[in-house]
Design a binder for this molecule. Structure first.
Ligand code: ZN
Ligand code: ZN
Length: 320
């Protein structure tokens, strides 16, 4: 009689970024230690937590990630301060100030909300310690079928899940761990991360345009009239905002493009980096976008407050 095969996962130990992932060829996979299900020793795994993980808020206690997250919020508040108090309040045209103030503040609010949702949403963590004999039996594997076990968090991981050493969990469709949102980017929070990069690039572009207009205004007008601050303070505040906006525009626009490309091609950052062979069904680009942003297409795609409905596309295969 043949037993289902349990493989100890050694191919996807991932740390803070793409760069730390070890490259493994398909040949490595076949060299993983194979064990029969009968040899599985559940006592080596911590028992699964009794409480439902959805009861508690998801938050990664990582010092570096928390500092990066706080810096992100402070930089957005700095931009809001300079745009509002240095540029728009002293402007003579009230309509110009109202329109740009409302637009910038709305985009900044959506960026902050997307950041908070990306940070506090479970990215798709596989239940910890579920590599028990009962769970393996419940999968009703056929003889010879293979499941992967993560030795770090003692979980039976679905296909396309990877272990994150910062989150200390296996994450479904893990793309990368982002310290700026202090969380992994995975199957369940990718929408919020993409929205975060999009809104940050939009407010950065808006801030750059406003700074350019304000410099022109100040050069044409008297420097003492174009700002409530002294001319040197105004120049320093505007130049700092200019640098910040330029840096974030480049960084987040590139990240946004990379994310949309990886969603359309249905290949996560880790899979692209490791050049993993494709074991999952190919779908159209439009369908791949719907898997991340929800069915059907609507204005809710742009809202960080709308939870995407993954539908049937959420089904995962444990069997490789
Ligand atoms: Zn793991
Ligand atoms: Zn992580």
């Amino acid at each position: 009689m043949r037993f289902p095969v349990l493989k100890l996962e050694k191919r996807s130990v991932c740390g803070r970024s793409h760069g730390c992932c070890r490259m493994r060829s398909p040949a490595h996979r076949t060299r993983d230690i194979e064990r029969q299900a009968g040899y599985l020793k559940p006592e080596h795994c911590a028992p699964p937590p009794l409480r439902n993980s959805s009861d508690t808020m998801w938050f990664i206690r990582d010092g570096c990630g928390i500092v990066c997250g706080v810096i992100t919020w402070l930089l957005i508040f700095y931009a809001e301060f300079v745009v509002g108090f240095v540029m728009l309040l002293p402007a003579k045209n009230i309509l110009y100030s109202l329109f740009n103030g409302a637009l910038f503040s709305s985009l900044a609010f959506l960026a902050l909300a997307s950041h908070a949702k990306a940070m506090c949403t479970d990215p798709g963590a596989v239940p910890k310690g579920n590599a028990t004999k009962e769970f393996i039996e419940s999968l009703q594997l056929k003889p010879g079928q293979v499941v992967y076990k993560c030795p770090k968090c003692c979980s039976i991981k679905p296909d396309r899940a990877h272990h994150c050493s910062v989150c200390k969990r296996c994450i479904k469709k893990m793309d990368h761990h982002c310290p700026w949102v202090n969380n992994c980017v995975g199957e369940s929070n990718q929408k919020y991360f993409v929205l975060f990069t999009m809104y940050i690039s939009l407010i950065s572009l808006h801030a750059l345009i406003l700074v350019a207009f304000h410099f022109v205004l100040c050069f044409e007008d008297d420097w003492t009239k174009c700002s409530n601050f002294s001319p040197p303070a105004t120049v320093i505040l505007l130049i700092l905002l200019c640098f910040e906006a330029l840096l974030f525009l480049i960084f987040t626009a590139v990240m946004f493009g990379t994310q949309v490309h990886s969603i359309c091609s249905d290949e996560t950052g880790i899979e692209q980096l490791k050049k993993e062979e494709r074991r999952w069904a190919k779908k159209s680009r439009w369908m791949n976008l719907k898997v991340v942003f929800g069915h059907p297409f609507s204005v809710a795609w742009l809202s960080p407050f709308s939870k995407p409905d993954h539908g049937k596309a959420d089904m995962y295969q444990y069997i490789v």
